[in-house]
Design a protein around this ligand. Structure first.
Ligand SMILES: [Zn+2]
Length: 141
């Protein structure tokens, strides 16, 4: 399931590549809350030609999810990815093929060793955190 790790890394790399192409952040709203402006005072989005609160809400949304937020989220997801790597735990040194998350360990209600003895080599990876990270990246196993 290291495939999931590589897919998530590819999504994060592409997200970061696109992020670096954006106007400088933080982005902010004008007083009327219908325009979005970059940190260098360049116009990012103009919603005033559109009427209704929905467009102003869209401008607020763009500011809330500006590249600074995306940058923080990408960095946090990379940290989570590094914390949840597949590994063979030391206490299962004789249980070849048992793969667990480096942080979560075996998952489920049964111990990995009990499951190994009764069902043979098994895998407890990806953990729920990695599956959620994949889901957040648009990847489903
Ligand atoms: Zn984990």
């Amino acid at each position: 399931m290291n495939d999931l790790i590589e897919k998530i890394r590819a999504v994060l790399d592409e997200d970061e590549r696109l992020l670096r192409l954006q106007c400088p952040w933080p982005w902010k709203l004008n007083a009327e809350e219908d325009e979005v402006w970059a940190a260098d005072d360049e116009l990012v989005a103009d919603a005033h030609a559109l009427s209704s609160n929905q467009q102003r809400n869209t401008a607020r949304f763009i500011v809330r999810f500006d590249p600074g937020r995306a940058e923080r989220q990408i960095a946090a997801m990379r940290k989570i990815l590094e914390l949840h790597q597949p590994c063979q735990p030391p206490d299962y040194a004789n249980a070849k093929g048992v793969i667990v998350c480096s942080t979560c360990g075996p998952t489920g209600n049964d111990s990995a060793l009990y499951m190994f003895k009764n069902e043979g080599p098994n895998f407890w990876y990806p953990c729920d955190t990695m599956l959620a990270l994949g889901e957040a990246s648009g990847i489903t196993p």
